[in-house]
Design a protein around this ligand. Structure first.
Ligand SMILES: NC(=O)c1ccc[n+]([C@@H]2O[C@H](COP(=O)([O-])OP(=O)(O)OC[C@H]3O[C@@H](n4cnc5c(N)ncnc54)[C@H](O)[C@@H]3O)[C@@H](O)[C@H]2O)c1
Ligand SMILES: O=C(O)[C@H](O)COP(=O)(O)O
Length: 632
C-alpha cells in the first residue's frame, strides 16, 4: 500500500537510561532464553488486570474473546468454563467499609467476599496480599504501604464514592493497580445534604433542637436569616455543585459559581453565572464548597481568603475538610467575618473531641453524611461492584481513575494487534545483543485511519510489556506501562504513516525499531543502524512480515529461528533435516531475500525448543552466516 502522507509523530514518552547488563545477559544465549521467558507467560491477563474469572454476561464474553485471541492461557480457558472455576480460584474481594447489600450480592456472585471493617493500617497490610480487589469508602487510607504489602496480587481498588483523596494514586499506578470509583450514584444525596445544611444553618435548626432538649425555650436567640434573594457562591461547579445550584435556584437564591474547568454553557443553562474566585467569595452571602481536595485546593479557604469575604458570610462544606484551613475558619468565626459554618467533612476524620471548630456555637456539624442515604448507598454499592467485577474480568473500566479508558469496542477491534504488538516487543528485545541497553524505541503504525480514530495507547503498552518483561521482574499493564518505561529509561516514540488501505482494518502494519544498540542478528538492522522488525495481522493472527530489510511471512507462535544464509538451493532441506532428526517439529517456514543468489533470510517456526546441540548443528551449516533463536 502506498504511503499518502508524511509520517506524523503522535506521541512519545521520556527519559533515558539502560537495562542492567546482567538482565540482558539472560537473553544472550539460547539456553538461558527458555528459562527467562517461560516465566513471563502473561499477556493481557495482566494487562487487563486479570481474566481468570466467571463470565456470565455478553459484554464480558466479548472481552474474554479478546483475551483468548491475545493469549490462550490456562486462566482464560478456565474463565470460559465456569465448571472449572473452583472456589479457591475465585478472586478475593476485601470490603473494608460498609457497603450496600445489593453491591455485596453482586460481588458474592463473582468472588470470595470478605467484609472486615475498622482494620488498622497494620491489619490491612497483613491482609492485602491475599486479596485481588479492595473496596473502600472514605475511611480507609490506601497508602503506598498497602500497595507494597499487596506483593503484586492486588489488581483493583474500588472507591465506593467520588473522592479518591484517601487512595495513593501514584503508588497504585506504580504497582500497576487500577483504581476505580463510583462517581455518580451519590451526587444527589450530597447535594441534598448541602441544601439541608444550608437551610438548617440559616434557621439554627440544630442549635434550637439542642437547646429545647436541654429544657430551654429560646425564641429570640435563634432568629435566623432568609435564603430568598441572597447570593450563593457554588465553589466547584461539577456534579454535586450544579445540583446544589439547581436546588438553590428553586429556593429563590441568586446563584453564582466558580470553577476554572466548568463549561459556561452548562452554568448558563441553569441560570448560573460563572465568575472568578475572588468575585465569588467577595459577593456571596453563602459560600458552598464542592471542589475535590487536590494539592491546588488544599486549604484554599484560609486567613487571606476569609478576609476577602463579606462580613457575616455563611459557609457550607460537603466536599472535603482539607479545602479549609480549619484554624483560620475558627479565627474568622471568632472575629465575626464568618457568621456561621455548616460542615460535613473535616481535615481529620473523625475530628478530635475537643476540636474548637466542632465545638463552636456558630458551627453545625454532621459526621460525613453527605452520601449517606439508603438510595445513594445502594446505588454506590452497585456502581462500584460492577466496576470492580468488570476490572477483575479484564474489562477496562469507564470509571478508571488512574488508567486511560479504552472502550470495549476499541479493545475488541484491536485485540489481534495487541497480540502482535507484544510479540514484536518480545522479538525486538531478543535481537539486542547482551551489553547494549535499550533506550530508544520507535514504533511506526501504518494505517488508513486518521489519528483521532486510532487509539494506540493499548498497543504502546503491549510493546512496552514485550520489551520490558523478559528482561526485568516488572509486570506491565495499561495502568503502569508508560510509568515503568520512564522508570527503566525506555523512550518510546510513535509515528503514524497514513496508507491507502481498507479502513475496516485499523492497522496495516506495526514496525518496531530499536536504535543505538548492537544486534545479535545483523540482518535485522536497517541502513540507519536500527534493529527493525515489522508485523501484520493476517487472518486474525499476528505475522512477522519484515526483519531488517528482508521480507518474510511467518505466523508469530511457538518459537522462531532466523537464519541468514547464502541464497542457494537445498538450504531449507538441510536445516529441516537437522531439526527433524532431533524430533523438533517445524510449524512453518518462510524465505525472504533482497537480491537473488546473494543473501536470504530463512524464518523457521518450531513447536519445540531445539537443544543447544541442535542449534550448534544449524550454525555449522557452511552457507549459514548467522542465526538466532527467538522465543515468542
Ligand atoms: N460529603 C460527602 O459525603 C460527599 C459526597 C459526594 C461528593 N463529595 C465531595 O464533593 C466534591 C465534589 O464531588 P462531585 O461528584 O461534584 O465531583 P466533580 O468532579 O463532578 O466536581 C468537582 C468540580 O470541582 C471543580 N474544581 C476543581 N478544582 C477547582 C478549583 N480549584 N476551584 C473550583 N472548582 C474546582 C472541577 O472542575 C469539577 O467541576 C468532591 O470533593 C467529593 O469528594 C462529598
Ligand atoms: O467522596 C464521596 O463520595 C463522599 O465523600 C462519600 O464518602 P463515604 O463513602 O465515605 O460516605
Amino acid at each position: 500500500m502506498a504511503a499518502t502522507a508524511a509520517a506524523t509523530s503522535i506521541s512519545s514518552s521520556s527519559v533515558a537510561a539502560s537495562f542492567p547488563p546482567q538482565t540482558q545477559n539472560k537473553l544472550s544465549n539460547p539456553s538461558s532464553l527458555s528459562l527467562s521467558f517461560s516465566n513471563s507467560s502473561i499477556s493481557l491477563q495482566k494487562l487487563s488486570l486479570s481474566s481468570n474469572f466467571k463470565n456470565p454476561n455478553p459484554r464480558s464474553s466479548r472481552i474474554l474473546n479478546v483475551l483468548k485471541t491475545v493469549q490462550e492461557s490456562e486462566l482464560v480457558s478456565k474463565a470460559r468454563d465456569p465448571d472449572r472455576l473452583v472456589q479457591s480460584q475465585k478472586p478475593t474481594i476485601l470490603v473494608s467499609e460498609k457497603l450496600g447489600e445489593a453491591g455485596l450480592h453482586l460481588l458474592r456472585g463473582f468472588g470470595n467476599v470478605e467484609c472486615l471493617y475498622n482494620l488498622s493500617q497494620e491489619d490491612l497490610c497483613a491482609k492485602i496480599a491475599e486479596c485481588d480487589a479492595l473496596i473502600v469508602r472514605s475511611g480507609t487510607k490506601v497508602t503506598r504501604q498497602v500497595f507494597e504489602a499487596a506483593k503484586g496480587r492486588l489488581k483493583v481498588v474500588g472507591r465506593a464514592g467520588v473522592g479518591i483523596d484517601n487512595v495513593d494514586l501514584q503508588a497504585a499506578t506504580e504497582f500497576g493497580c487500577l483504581v476505580v470509583n463510583a462517581p455518580t450514584a451519590n451526587t444527589i444525596a450530597a447535594a441534598e445534604h448541602g441544601i439541608a445544611l444550608l437551610a438548617g444553618m440559616a434557621r439554627n435548626v440544630a442549635q434550637a433542637d439542642a437547646s429545647m432538649k436541654a429544657g430551654k425555650w429560646q425564641r429570640n436567640k435563634y432568629v435566623g436569616v432568609s435564603l430568598v434573594g441572597k447570593t450563593l457562591a457554588v465553589m466547584g461547579f461539577g456534579k454535586v455543585g450544579s445540583e446544589v445550584a439547581r436546588r438553590a435556584k428553586g429556593l429563590g437564591m441568586n446563584v453564582i459559581a466558580h470553577d476554572p474547568y466548568a463549561p459556561a454553557d452548562r452554568a448558563r443553562a441553569l441560570g448560573v453565572e460563572l465568575v472568578s474566585f475572588d468575585q465569588a467569595i467577595s459577593t456571596a452571602d453563602f459560600v458552598s464548597l464542592h471542589m475535590p481536595l487536590t494539592p491546588t485546593t488544599n486549604k484554599i479557604f484560609n486567613d487571606a481568603t476569609f478576609a476577602k469575604m463579606k462580613k457575616g458570610v455563611r459557609i457550607i462544606n460537603v466536599a472535603r475538610g482539607g479545602v479549609i484551613d480549619e484554624d483560620a475558619l475558627v479565627r474568622a468565626l471568632d472575629n465575626g467575618t464568618v457568621a456561621q459554618a455548616a460542615l460535613d467533612v473535616f481535615t481529620e476524620e473523625p475530628p478530635s473531641k475537643d476540636s474548637k471548630l466542632v465545638q463552636h456555637e456558630n458551627v453545625t456539624v454532621t459526621p460525613h453524611l453527605g452520601a449517606s442515604t439508603k438510595e445513594a448507598q445502594e446505588g454506590v454499592a452497585v456502581e462500584i461492584a460492577e466496576a470492580v467485577v468488570g476490572a477483575l474480568r479484564g474489562e477496562l473500566s469507564a470509571t478508571a481513575v488512574n488508567a486511560p479508558m479504552v472502550p470495549p469496542e476499541v479493545l475488541s477491534e484491536l485485540a489481534p494487534y495487541v497480540a502482535l504488538a507484544e510479540k514484536l516487543g518480545r522479538l525486538a528485545v531478543q535481537l539486542v545483543a547482551g551489553g547494549s541497553g535499550i533506550q530508544s524505541v520507535k514504533v511506526v503504525y501504518r494505517s488508513s485511519r486518521d489519528p483521532d480514530n486510532l487509539d494506540t495507547r493499548l498497543l504502546r503498552a503491549m510493546i512496552t510489556k514485550g520489551i520490558i518483561e523478559p528482561i526485568s521482574d516488572a509486570h506491565i499493564n495499561l495502568v503502569n506501562a508508560d510509568f515503568t518505561a520512564k522508570q527503566k529509561g525506555l523512550r518510546i516514540s510513535e509515528e503514524r504513516i497514513v496508507v491507502d488501505s481498507s479502513p475496516e482494518n485499523p492497522i496495516e502494519s506495526i514496525q518496531v525499531q530499536v536504535s543505538n544498540v548492537v544486534s545479535k542478528f545483523e540482518s535485522a538492522l536497517l541502513d540507519n543502524g536500527n534493529i527493525s522488525i515489522e508485523g501484520k495481522v493476517k487472518y486474525g493472527t499476528p505475522h512477522l512480515t519484515c526483519v531488517g530489510s528482508f521480507s518474510v511471512d511467518v505466523s508469530l507462535e511457538g518459537n522462531l529461528i532466523l537464519c541468514r544464509q547464502v541464497d542457494q538451493p537445498g538450504m531449507i532441506g538441510r536445516v529441516g533435516n537437522i531439526l527433524g532428526e532431533r524430533n523438533v517439529n517445524v510449524s512453518f517456514m518462510s524465505v525472504g531475500r533482497t537480491v537473488r543468489r546473494t543473501k536470504a533470510i530463512m524464518a523457521i517456526g518450531v513447536d519445540e525448543e531445539p537443544d543447544k546441540d541442535t542449534l550448534k548443528k544449524i550454525g555449522e551449516v557452511p552457507a549459514i552466516e548467522e542465526f538466532v533463536f527467538l522465543d515468542l
